[in-house]
Design a protein around this ligand. Structure first.
Ligand SMILES: *[C@@H]1O[C@H](CO)[C@@H](O)[C@H](O)[C@H]1NC(C)=O
Length: 236
């Protein structure tokens, strides 16, 4: 009986508590967090930075270059399999998000097509999601939609959290505050999600990558620390 229960508990463990996290105090483990730069890699770089950190003394510094090929990310395909993916990362940005479209977290999603990504980034000076397959944004980038998101404060460590679920749910928090415009899914009424909801999108992400990607000339440096990818919310 006990053995059966113990076996059951072990069997349930991986999907219930699946989590990958790092504070980078032991350095940058490039087997755990390999570089990822789909299609091309010209200019961006990643390094361990001991001059700024959210906790301890180390963080990962992503010096992103301009243009799509200046993109660079680090990340993992070890995402929880239960359908819920919670990302928590402390993020520091050197330069404010401006009117141009950029991404700083990308997630491959085969449900969108081969080499198509669910992307978190900025446009219209605010945090937003972008679905690569049809370029839909969450929220709609109308004045009303823009007002339901927020800027990313610069030169300070922000706690950024995203929940992406296979039931269609997306939730987003910045410094533990819900970002209303970046919330969608069953039972949620988001009046500024018309573009997003024109597809019946059920995320099925197979990886999570942190970094920098711009589609024009935008250049920025982002730092990441205390990253966690798990099947339930870990909080700030
Ligand atoms: C985050 O917000 C929730 C709900 O508002 C609250 O219960 C929790 O204590 C907050 N956590 C932190 C770390 O502030």
């Amino acid at each position: 009986m006990f053995r059966q229960i113990a076996f059951l508990a072990l069997a349930l463990l991986p999907s219930t508590f699946a989590q990958i996290s790092d504070d980078f105090e032991s350095g940058w483990d490039q087997t755990k967090w390999p570089i990822f730069a789909p299609d091309c890699n010209q200019g961006g770089s990643i390094s361990l930075d001991s001059t700024t950190a959210h906790s301890g003394k180390n963080s990962l510094k992503v010096a992103g270059a301009g243009g799509y090929c200046g993109h660079i990310f680090f990340g993992t395909t070890k995402v929880p399999s239960g359908g819920d993916v919670y990302i928590r990362s402390y993020v520091k940005a050197q330069t404010a998000l401006n009117s141009d479209h950029v991404s700083f977290i990308i997630m491959p999603d085969p449900s969108l097509g081969t080499n198509e990504y669910l992307r978190i980034g900025g446009q219209s000076n605010i945090l937003m999601y972008n679905r690569e397959s049809d370029d839909a944004t969450l929220p709609d980038l109308s004045p009303q939609g823009i007002a339901t998101s927020t800027a990313l404060p610069t030169n300070t460590w922000n706690c950024f959290e995203s929940h992406v679920s296979s039931d269609g749910t997306i939730e987003t928090w910045l410094n533990n505050n819900t970002i209303a415009g970046l919330t969608v899914g069953p039972g949620v009424t988001n009046p500024n999600a018309d573009q997003w909801e024109r597809a019946n999108y059920k995320p099925d992400v197979t990886g999570v990558y942190f970094g920098w990607e711009s589609y024009g000339g935008d250049v920025n440096t982002f730092w990441y620390d205390d990253v966690s990818i798990s099947s339930s919310r870990v909080g700030c």
